[in-house]
Design a protein around this ligand. Structure first.
Ligand code: LLP
Length: 416
């Protein structure tokens, strides 16, 4: 459930008509709903009540400071993959002690910064990363808290680009090799082994692959106990899908219940790293129709948002709903390809969408709150859109629209 709904014949974001937002702030623009973010975070946190847990929102999904701040105020933890994301969390009022640091390529300066900030755990993805972390922690006179990200070799059944838990993927440590790597980690002077971690992919629409992974990870936890290594927390990563179209992913509560049932009375703290399921349906990309162009083959609606603003359709052939802000009844519906101004055939946000359109109409691309703005670029020297957050009947600019000066300022010509 989200807070983008029709009321009195037009689309609202919480209590604000979306058309008013376009009027005030222009298009294209990302619009987020605070109430939706909060609702989605609470769906996890409430389901986990009674179980030691930490919900670490995956910052990469939407790293706007206001988004992080809304979640930090609810006590969220954060999953980061760079020192840049750590700075965002800190600046948004998040607690570094509730941060887990994931990613296959952590650089020495990033490890140093994270150790100094006191992150809760490093999710380590290779033998060599362990060596680097041990060395840097030693230089700082600190002990680094560590989980190993194991690769349980399960098929998440999702898009190959966002499937991460198979042996052939670059992520994690082969679960068969994990006991050896744990033994090494446990013997390192400047590391403290505290957990085990896995993340098998994104946009999963059933619980089964998560449970497969969990079973394998629990078997590892038992094996490690025999080796004298006590695991205190179990991080199942993110990955729960959302409804873009006809998908019916499990609700967070259903997913969490299934995990809890498998955990039984084990004394393990459960860490989750949801991104998409918190942010995706808490945002829309608001765009306006510039021109209608009908050829013998296609009807093109040329809109003012493009692949540089939202890359998912071009990159993954992703389907996101595109709906009129003020549905019309005075124009016949046709099948439209919604294309942007960028000079690429892949520049579309939707194809074959049945809509009643006139030039100047406003459209909302739904489910754009995750992997939307964060993956945007300046391709074609386009200013990136503003990010706006609706809170009840108020609209806050949480990132202003870029200007050409923002883009050109850091560049220079060669000297004379
Ligand atoms: N934890 C780790 C270690 C991850 O790699 C990811 C996402 C998450 C958590 C959050 O997963 P989520 O709950 O959002 O599924 N750009 C792609 C998605 C890439 C996901 C990368 N990793 C897309 O637009 O579909």
């Amino acid at each position: 459930m989200d807070h983008f709904n029709y009321r009195d014949g037009q689309l609202f974001a919480e209590d604000v008509p979306v058309a008013d937002i376009a009027e005030r702030f222009g298009t294209p623009a990302y619009v987020y709903s605070r109430a939706t973010l909060e609702r989605h975070y609470r769906a996890y946190d409430d389901a986990l009540a009674g179980q030691p847990h930490l919900v670490c929102y995956a910052v990469k999904a939407n790293s706007n400071l206001a988004v992080l701040n809304v979640l930090a105020r609810l006590g969220a933890g954060f999953d980061i993959v760079s020192a840049g994301e750590l700075e965002r969390v800190i600046r948004a009022g998040g607690d570094p002690g509730r941060v887990v640091f994931s990613g296959v390529g952590k650089q020495p300066w990033e490890m140093k910064r994270a150790l100094e900030a006191g992150v809760r755990c490093f999710n380590v993805e290779s033998d060599t990363e362990l060596d680097r972390l041990n060395e840097i922690a030693g230089e700082l006179g600190l002990r680094a808290p560590v989980s190993l990200r194991v690769n349980p070799d399960v098929d998440a059944g999702t898009h190959p680009y966002i499937s991460t838990g198979l042996k052939e993927n670059k992520f994690g440590i082969d679960i068969a090799d994990a006991p050896r790597v744990y033994a090494r980690a446990a013997a390192m002077a400047n590391l403290e082994v505290i957990g085990v971690d896995c993340h098998i992919g994104s946009q999963l629409t059933s619980v089964a692959p998560f449970l497969d992974a969990l079973d394998r990870v629990l078997a590892l936890v038992d094996r490690l106990a025999e080796q004298g290594i006590t695991i205190r927390h179990l991080d199942m990563g993110g990955g729960l899908g959302v409804t873009y179209d006809e998908e019916h992913p499990p609700e967070p509560a259903e997913y969490v219940e299934a995990l809890k049932a498998r955990l039984g009375d084990r004394k393990l703290e459960l860490v989750l790293e949801p991104g998409r399921s918190i942010a995706a349906n808490a945002g829309i990309l608001l765009t306006r129709v510039e021109f209608l162009k009908c050829t013998d083959h296609h009807n093109f609606a040329i809109i003012d948002a493009a692949m540089n603003d939202l890359i998912r359709p071009a990159l993954y052939s992703a389907w996101q709903a595109i709906i009129p802000v003020v549905p019309r009844t005075d124009t016949e519906a046709r099948e439209w390809d919604l294309v942007g101004p960028v000079c690429e055939t892949g520049d579309f946000l939707g194809k074959n969408r049945r809509l009643s359109l006139q030039p100047g109409d406003l459209l909302a691309v739904r489910s754009a709150g995750a992997y939307g703005f964060v993956m945007s670029s300046n391709y074609n020297t386009r200013n990136r859109p503003p990010e706006l957050m609706v809170d009840g009947d108020r609209v806050h600019v949480v990132r202003r629209r870029e200007t050409l000066e923002d883009q050109l300022g850091p560049e220079s010509c060669l000297p004379e």
